[in-house]
Design a protein around this ligand. Structure first.
Ligand code: ARG
Length: 465
């Protein structure tokens, strides 16, 4: 056999493939991660061929035996890759032929690597989504645990990174827990769109043999069938969606990381990272660098890179399969690996850090209660706009006198509005301030308890297996 005729598609070629093209065209070094999924798809496809009388029972059994043997070889790392193995599909089929001879050459009947590779990647991703779901849930669980235990700690809430209003530390924690909960929900929706079988689409036009796609899908545990073969082989929406999902989740992780980097700085000092998640400086002995958090923040860039990079691959492609689509694998694998690591890292960082109640509380300042002056007046019947204006006057008066708003005597307040009474002194308690926010989603104790109850309830329901 000449070199080119030993290729699966080599029949019509007489010249050797350029070495560089051979190297860059080959995907085996990364798509071998789907070796078991490729075998799984072939095993089911052999059954479908047998049902369609395209294989005898004996041939199907021989194929199954061969596939099982190849599976073991991959498992034991004894599979010998040959230079002509262009991708995982060709490698497995080549090996099958070596093992069982003739029946192997019937396995690809009606199938193309176009529907095969799409199916393999769906199988691969489908079986990994559960891990991401698990790690995210562990993270949410840890956040709920901490926010239940540490609900008494108050700290400044920020908008524009300026002190805004006092909030509970737990409220801040739960704000991220909710983001991650919704990321999990989004992942479950995405799972349904991954879980669609594209096998049986052939190269482009469909499968010309009486393959029962419903049964084949059932065999492979897919819940749906792709409805159009051209859509199926050209589609990588499920990959793009996964990459976007990871990007958005990475946004949440990076923002959490950024908050914690700030909070762990000497200027804030709200939290102290565990030694095990901090590194030192080779030059400055006093340093405790939040490298783990910075890695977390930085990995978001890498993940967006995969997402935007792959969108650029898809943009303007002519319809159905083009080799450009082979880029789907590395983007998916690296995104998955990165997400798996960063989610576990986040949980480790978060569960081991210590929150400094004193530093959090002492960062609160009376100016953060300016809104509460307005709310006080509203409760006494003054329309909000006017109350806001009067509260502004209180702030200005305190500034003029170079004193804190809470130290302005009642007589002074009364000159601004006769509505101020003795009970206005209650405004100056941070605890009272946060306890006002009783309505759903607020920062009062009751609302936080409600949030943790809901999240705990949600944690019990598994949407992805
Ligand atoms: N390794 C290829 C991929 O993942 C398989 C499909 C090849 N199809 C083809 N017509 N060359 O995209």
């Amino acid at each position: 056999m000449t070199e080119s005729s030993s290729k699966l598609w080599g029949g019509r070629f007489s010249e050797k493939t350029d070495l560089l093209l051979e190297k860059i065209n080959s995907s085996l070094q990364y798509d071998k991660r789907m070796c078991q999924e490729d075998l799984q798809g072939s095993e089911a496809y052999a059954r479908a061929l047998q049902r369609a009388n395209l294989l005898t029972k004996e041939e199907m059994e021989a194929i199954h035996k061969g596939l099982a043997q190849i599976s073991k070889e991959w498992e034991k790392n004894t599979f010998k890759v040959k230079p002509m193995d262009e991708d995982i599909h060709t490698a497995n089929e080549r090996r099958l032929k070596e093992l069982i001879g003739l029946p192997a050459t019937k396995l690809h009947t009606g199938r193309s690597r176009n529907d095969q590779s799409n199916t393999d990647l769906r199988l691969w991703l489908r079986s990994r989504i559960g891990n991401l779901d698990k790690y995210l849930r562990q993270l949410v669980k840890e956040m709920v645990r901490r926010s239940t235990e540490e609900k008494d700690i108050l700290m400044p809430g920020y908008t524009h990174l300026q002190r805004a209003q006092p909030v509970r530390w737990s409220h801040w924690l739960l704000s991220y827990a909710w983001s991650f909960k919704i990321d999990v929900d989004r992942l479950a929706q995405l799972y349904d769109r991954i879980n669609v079988m594209t096998l049986g689409s052939g190269a482009i036009a469909g499968n010309p043999f009486p393959i029962d796609r419903q049964l084949l899908a059932k065999d492979l545990n897919f819940t749906d069938l792709s409805p159009n073969s051209m859509y199926a082989v050209g589609d990588r929406d499920f990959v793009a969606e996964f990459l976007f999902w990871a990007s958005l989740t990475a946004v949440h992780l990076s923002r959490l990381a950024e908050d914690l980097i700030l909070f762990s700085s000497q200027e804030f000092g709200f939290v102290k990272l565990a030694d095990s998640f901090t590194t030192g400086s080779s030059l400055m002995p006093q340093k405790r660098n939040p490298d783990g958090l910075e890695i977390l923040r930085g990995k978001a860039g890498r993940i967006f890179g995969h997402c935007t990079g792959f969108m650029m691959v898809l943009k303007g492609l002519p319809s159905t399969y083009n080799k450009d689509l082979q880029e789907d694998k590395e983007a998916t694998f690296d995104t998955y690996d990165t997400m798996e690591d960063v989610l576990q890292l986040t949980e480790g960082l978060l569960s081991s850090l210590k929150v400094d109640k004193v530093r959090c509380t002492s960062a609160l300042s009376p100016d953060m209660l300016a809104t509460d002056i307005a709310y006080y007046l509203v409760r006494k019947g003054i329309p909000f706009r006017e109350a806001h204006h009067l509260a502004g006057k209180v702030v200005a008066e305190a500034e003029k006198k170079n004193m804190s708003i809470m130290d302005l005597p009642l007589e002074e307040l009364k000159t601004i509005s006769a509505t101020f009474e003795d009970d206005s002194k209650d405004i100056w308690h941070y605890e009272n301030s946060v306890e006002q926010y009783q309505s759903t989603g607020g920062t009062s104790l009751s609302s936080i308890e409600q949030q943790t109850i809901e999240l705990n309830k949600w944690l019990l329901i598994r949407t992805i297996n």
